[in-house]
Design a binder for this molecule. Structure first.
Ligand SMILES: *Cc1c(COP(=O)(O)O)cnc(C)c1O
Length: 340
């Protein structure tokens, strides 16, 4: 048996999702004529209480578009140093939009309102003008950490008082909402823009939706075209997202349950130094020196278990739609069998 815990992006569409994709009504979305793309955009926007949505090929694109619309070249973005928008998007903030960054530290990848307040640049011609604050929920590099909703709201207050835009990288926002129980519309009310991914826990093959007010999405649609993200009969893909919203939200809790069980087991193993708190579908743990994450992953691989070495000492597991109870059992057996 091969068990793949590298990412929740490795899932394939279920037969029912494929069926929905095959039978989608489509048109040319660059002409605004694809009913299924429009449906997904409206459905997602309504869920989060936002005016409008924009379907894009990836979460990298929705994040990059948001930054470009919210800030002008030479302006600065405040965000955690391990946030996807900075750490995993190839320097796009700089190359796509000419933006400066102010990188914050913070427990498990999360920042606070005070942190943000302390790093807003004063009106001073020497300093880049602070324009945007970005947070990630759940926080990937923080081990799928879930923000306290009050902290997100407090950061929002700081943004409003200081004339800053506020963007949420919600690639895994539904994982966060499954934990906090916060209605999506309450989450939507906090941010100027939100990026939601369908290709992670929701199990769609492709796609993210950017949310915001009508004016923001009008500008974003133009940037998407410039970035080469205008797609034609994209309704076949959007149909997977619509299907996921209807059928794959409730089951995220199963991913969380399995991840927690793996975290609990890992914390009992002699060769594991530390397990990050497991709140959602991501488990990050550190192996003891002189072991390295790369060597341990190689050993896992020999036993049919794929994982990602996150840094020298850390390994990441991500549970997902294609990870079954039998696979969980296999994973438990492999972890117990590895001897160091
Ligand atoms: C996956 C992910 C994205 C977007 O990634 P794409 O592969 O470009 O869709 C953005 N933010 C976070 C936190 C992610 O995990």
């Amino acid at each position: 048996m091969i068990v793949d815990l590298r990412s929740d992006t490795i899932t394939r569409p279920t037969p029912a999702m494929l069926e929905a994709m095959f039978s989608a009504s489509v048109g040319d979305d660059v002409f605004g004529e694809d009913p299924t793309v429009t449906l997904l955009e409206e459905k997602t926007a309504t869920l989060f209480g936002k005016e409008a949505g924009l379907f894009c090929p990836s979460g990298t694109m929705t994040n990059q578009i948001a930054a470009k619309v919210h800030a002008q070249p030479g302006e600065e973005v405040i965000l955690h140093k391990l946030s996807h928008l900075y750490y995993y998007e190839g320097g796009g903030l700089m190359s796509n939009s000419g933006l400066s960054v102010c990188l914050l530290d913070g427990d498990r990848g999360m920042i606070s309102a005070q942190d943000v307040l302390d790093h807003i640049n004063p009106e001073d011609l020497h300093r880049p003008r602070t324009a945007l604050v970005e947070v990630e929920n759940t926080m990937n590099k923080g081990g799928g950490a879930v923000y306290d909703n009050n902290v997100l709201a407090e950061i929002g207050e700081v943004c409003r008082k200081n004339g800053l835009k506020y963007h949420l990288d919600g690639a895994r926002i539904f994982n966060a909402l499954a934990v906090t129980g916060q209605p999506a519309a309450d989450c939507g009310a906090i941010f100027d823009s939100i990026s939601v991914c369908f290709s992670k826990g929701l199990g769609a093959p492709v796609g993210s939706v950017l949310l915001g007010d009508k004016e923001f999405i009008r500008k974003a649609r133009r940037v998407r075209k410039v970035f080469g993200g205008g797609m034609r009969q994209a309704g076949f893909l959007a149909a997977a997202g619509v299907f996921a919203l209807d059928h794959h939200l409730e089951r995220l809790k199963e991913d969380h349950r399995r991840a927690k069980a793996l975290g609990n087991l890992l914390s009992t193993l002699s060769w594991v130094e530390e397990v990050f708190k497991v709140e959602t579908n991501i488990v990050i743990f550190r192996v003891k020196t002189p072991l390295t994450a790369a060597a341990v992953c190689l050993e896992f691989e020999k036993q049919g278990l794929k994982a990602i070495a996150f840094d020298r000492q850390s390994i990441r597991f991500v549970t997902h739609l294609d990870f079954t109870d039998e696979m969980q059992e296999h994973t438990v057996n492999v972890l117990k069998a590895v001897k160091y």
